[in-house]
Every structure is written in C-alpha cells, then in structure tokens.
Design a protein around this ligand. Structure first.
Ligand code: X90
Length: 274
C-alpha cells in the first residue's frame, strides 16, 4: 500500500487517503495552521486589517517525518521549490527516514506549481496506485504526466506575494488599483510569471481561456480553485464547458496557504495539455 503525502498548498479537495502536512501563515501576534480547522474567511479578514508584516513557513523536516511514519512506499507532492523550502524540507526528511528504514522507498515530486496543478498530480498518483502498479512505475508515469500539466491564474492583488519577496515590487505596484487583474502562469522553474495586466474580470476570463488554449488544453482534466470567489470560478467553468462540453472539470475553494498568497477574488486553474 503506497502512502500519499502532500503539503497543504494542495488545498483541500477530496483528500481521503492522503496525509496532509500544513504550512503556516503568521504575523507577530498570531499563527494560523493550514489544516481543516482553519477558518479561511477569518484569516483573510485578520490579515487585511493587520497593520504589520505577515509571513509563511513551510513544513519542518520533523513534520514531514511524522507524516512518513509507518510507510514503506511513500509518494510526496510539494509546492514549487522555486518559491518555497517545502520540497527541500521533504527531501531532508526522506534522507533521514530512509537511513532509519533502509527498505523504505520515498519519492518527492516537486510540483513546480501549487494548488490545482498539485491536485492533478495527486489524482494521477491515486489512479496509478489503484491500478496496483509497482512503485518505480508509478514514479516514472507521474513524472512523465507532470510534463503535460500547467497552472494559470488571475489575481486581484499581489500584496502578500510582494511582501514576501515572491514577486517583484514593480509588478506589485501595477495591481491593487483600478480593478487590475494579473493573468499569468507558473514558469518552467516554478516561479510566478505574470503575463498580462487587464482591467476587470470581463477581460481576465477570456485572457485566461486564450492562454490555456495556447498552452494546449484540449478538453482534458481541468481543476479550478478560487479564493472566496465561487461566482467567478463558475463563470470561468461555464466558458470552458461551452468550448469543451466533455471537459473533466471540477471547482473547489483554495486552502489557507494559496488563499493567503493568491488573495481574495483570485482563481487558479490547473490543466492537462495535449
Ligand atoms: O515556504 C513558504 O513559506 C511558502 C511560500 C509560498 C509562496 C508562493 C505561493 C503561491 C500561491 C499564488 C498564485 C499562483 C502562483 C504560482 C506560481 C508557481 C498562489
């Protein structure tokens, strides 16, 4: 039985059979653990009203070790190593765990992405493990699958990304006013690639649709997540279904970490490319 482990940047869709390791969001006064008990609305309200700086932290090596406990074949999915230490922390935990358990097999997948693209990788792992394939085969097929997934997004604010050095101040200065939306993608290095600035959701949605069409989306799996903006996510879902009626599509809310960084109003889209 292969154990599946992911950090909480994967949000919280149907996570049955998956062990989730939380990141944390904090200020000088409060810390929020990104687990099922987190009240995301309350966290976003608190962060918006808070005057000082806020931070995040990836899981410790020890937190990963606790999640690995008892497993002998373990697949791990992390948020992009291009923006977080989570991947390195998981790899350090893997080395310690395997030193203690010489027969254990662990593979850590660097999603080079976050949220809904991590979810696609998880769904692939679930399908392959259900087929009962050997560990090495599952790792090989999932690694290949990662070459055919992408992430796109539309953001209303990049304040928290800029505050934490995850996006340039130049990009940050251009948003947060006049209903500007940043439409972009995860770069091949797993960093934020802000590609266009548009005014309002009415422009952002067609822009997003055109980007994923150009990336090679052709009606396969598509996972849409949103930060307290189900309405916008559903509007985008309807546009996708109009073009590809048979699309394998699901909409779900973001978890704490992606909500903190993508901020209120955002949508994130993970796709399979042809
Ligand atoms: O280790 C940590 O403290 C976590 C740092 C995470 C930083 C970035 C999270 C981005 C979340 C924002 C929009 C999508 C950007 C995707 C680029 C790969 C979501």
């Amino acid at each position: 039985m292969i154990k599946l482990v992911a950090d909480s940047a994967i949000d919280r869709p149907d996570l049955s059979g998956v062990c989730l390791v939380p990141l944390t969001m904090s200020t000088e006064e409060r810390q929020f653990r990104d687990d099922a008990a987190l009240n995301i609305t309350e966290m976003l309200d608190y962060m918006a009203a808070y005057k000082g700086r806020s931070y995040t932290a990836c899981p410790s090596v020890d937190a990963w070790l606790q999640a690995f406990a008892g497993g002998d074949e373990i697949c791990v999915i992390t948020i992009t190593s291009g923006l977080s230490g989570s991947y390195n922390s998981a790899v350090a935990a893997k080395e310690l765990y395997c030193a203690e358990h010489p027969n254990a097999k662990i593979h850590v997948f660097d999603s080079l992405s976050t949220g809904p693209e991590m979810l696609l990788i998880l769904e692939k792992l679930k399908a392959l493990t259900a087929e009962g394939l050997p560990f090495e085969e599952i790792v090989a097929q999932t690694t290949e699958y990662q070459k055919h997934t992408r992430l796109f997004f539309s953001l209303q604010s990049v304040h928290n990304l800029a505050q934490n050095g995850r996006v340039s101040k130049v990009v940050a200065a251009a948003v947060g006013m006049l209903s500007i939306r940043i439409v972009g993608t995860a770069s091949p290095e797993g960093q934020l690639d802000p590609q266009s600035k548009v005014r309002g959701d009415n422009k952002a949605l067609p822009e997003l649709l055109s980007k994923l069409t150009h990336a090679g989306y052709a009606g396969g799996k598509i996972r849409i997540t949103h930060v307290e903006n189900l309405k916008l996510a559903e509007r985008f879902a309807a546009m996708v279904r109009e073009k590809w009626p048979a699309a394998d599509l699901a909409v779900s809310p973001n978890g704490g970490l992606c909500s903190y960084y993508a901020e209120r109003g955002a949508i994130l889209v993970g796709i399979e490319t042809a």
